[in-house]
Design a protein around this ligand. Structure first.
Ligand code: GDP
Ligand code: IMO
Ligand code: MG
Length: 435
């Protein structure tokens, strides 16, 4: 199985970082293929906690290659700061290990300024973006006026592009949003400085991955965000500006789709969402507060409290279909310990009484939906030391079985704590054939 994709099956923060770090021991390389530093992937090793925003979560392992693919939008200042922070903590992040695609688009200061200005102007209907400039950067990519990593190595092209873009963006910032403008020459000077730091990392990621895969290497593709934040398939417009679905690993890293032979869907045992947008199974009661507190549900990137709710299998079932999930990793099961009754949302009911089993494209229709729940008994026993399914209380096993049945994919891993070893292996996610 040469290429395995790890995807978030909900609205992000499912625990992808922990799982990628865990599986990195067994692969040759880890690749980010979409999103940017809107991601916050947490890896806990002993007493140490690392939050990775741009660098793949496999970076803590020795002798593993880490790639940032062309589909990622890269803020060079953040990228350099992340390298420096990791190195200060004794992690090797040399160009021998970390490679950056020459085709990746760069997040520029005007992207961040526009992201913030647009959100402010939207007022109540704001998306609740991370303010990192992700949307405006992907806009420029699609408009064919983006600045790419390769441009950093050609100062004349960089200068020309930045001057043209800043003139246009300043017009929008000043005239439309009434926001401060930016100085193109200062941006050029900063980015030429970044260029010198980044130069040794820059490569053709597609070619390097091809060599690796041709020689029998195993590659893990690390998704960011989650399927329901996908710009095509998520709760538009309350989404991010990339495609977190597994198929995006192909264009986002420059590998053919046949290389991707397995998809591991990461499912939090309940649901969380940061930012605005529909959330049918959301809780605003003591159960929601339980998940928030016990699960420490605060954004890894912005520190915002995450909205919490019951497990919604309409959401996860849809992700299984959209991302071609071949097996599941259920995370944060330990957070549910102690809740008397657990509810699973199995479908929605429309206000005309009809049953809805997939998420409607229209947010108007979705707003008319209420959750249909199935109740399951909870468990009291501490499960954080469980290392096999048999170690789990019967009610806990039942919850997992019902989850897998309702979403239509088999269980591979169950996570019962943030640490690497707090994991139950049901089947090998790197050996399961595509469903
Ligand atoms: P990601 O964006 O999908 O990588 O997820 P985040 O790192 O943003 O959020 C997941 C949080 O849950 C992190 O703080 C992890 O350390 C933590 N975590 C992951 N798996 C488990 C688990 O099984 N149990 C508990 N209690 N915490 C977990
Ligand atoms: P990881 O990889 C959770 C959300 C933001 C906002 C929307 C659009 O850690 O799972 P953006 O800045 O991308 O334009 O914001 O998407 N969002 C995330 N939510 N986890 C993430 O990443 C997210 N990345 C973006 O909160 O609602
Ligand atoms: Mg996160």
């Amino acid at each position: 199985m040469p290429g395995v994709v790890v995807v978030g099956a909900q609205w992000g923060d499912e625990g992808k970082g922990k799982v990628v770090d865990l599986l990195t021991q067994r692969v040759d390389a880890v690749v980010r293929f979409q999103g940017g530093n809107n991601a916050g992937h947490t890896v806990v090793v002993g007493q140490d906690k690392f939050i990775l925003h741009l660098i793949p979560s496999g970076v803590l392992h020795e002798n593993k290659s880490c790639f940032v693919g062309n589909g990622v939008v890269v803020d060079p200042e953040v990228f350099i700061a992340e390298i420096d922070r990791l190195e200060q903590r004794g992690v090797d992040v040399s160009p021998r290990k970390l490679r950056l695609s020459e085709r990746a688009h760069l997040i520029m200061p005007y992207h961040k300024a526009l992201d913030v200005a647009r959100e402010k102007a939207k007022g109540k209907s704001a998306i609740g973006t991370t303010g990192r400039g992700i949307g405006p950067c992907y806009e420029d990519k699609a408009a064919r006026v983006g600045v790419r990593v390769v441009d950093l190595l050609e100062p004349e092209i960089l200068t020309e592009k930045v001057r043209a873009a800043t003139t246009e963006k300043n017009f929008w910032l000043k005239e439309y949003f009434g926001a401060p403008t930016l100085d193109a020459e200062a941006i050029i000077a900063d980015y030429l400085r970044y260029a010198e730091r980044l130069r040794p990392f820059v490569t053709d990621v597609s070619v390097e991955l091809d060599h690796m895969l041709e020689s029998g290497g195993l590659v893990l593709f690390e998704g960011a965000q989650g399927v329901h934040l996908d710009i095509d398939h998520g709760t538009y417009p309350y989404v991010t500006s990339s495609n977190p679905v597994a198929g995006a690993a192909s264009p986002g890293a420059g590998v053919g789709p046949k290389r991707l032979s397995g998809v591991l869907g990461i499912v939090k045992a309940y649901t969380t969402r940061v930012g605005s947008g529909p959330f049918i199974a959301e809780l605003e009661d003591e159960n929601g507060r339980w998940m928030q507190e016990k699960g420490a549900e605060f954004g890894s990137t912005t520190g915002r409290p995450r909205r919490c709710g019951w497990l919604d299998t309409v959401v996860v079932r849809q992700s299984v279909r959209l991302a071609g999930v071949s097996c599941l990793c259920v995370t944060k099961l330990d957070v549910l310990t102690g809740l008397k009754t657990l509810r699973i949302c199995t479908a929605y009911k429309l206000d005309d009484g009809s049953i809805v089993e997939r998420i409607p494209a229209s947010l108007g229709v979705l707003a008319r939906c209420t959750p249909i729940y199935e109740d399951l008994p909870g468990w009291e026993e501490d499960i954080s030391q469980a290392r096999s399914l048999e170690d789990l209380p019967d009610n806990c096993q039942r919850y997992l079985q019902r989850l897998a049945e309702l979403v239509g994919a088999p269980l591979a891993l169950v996570s019962v704590g943030p640490e690497r070893d707090a994991t139950i292996v049901v089947r090998d996610p790197l050996a399961v054939k595509e469903a």
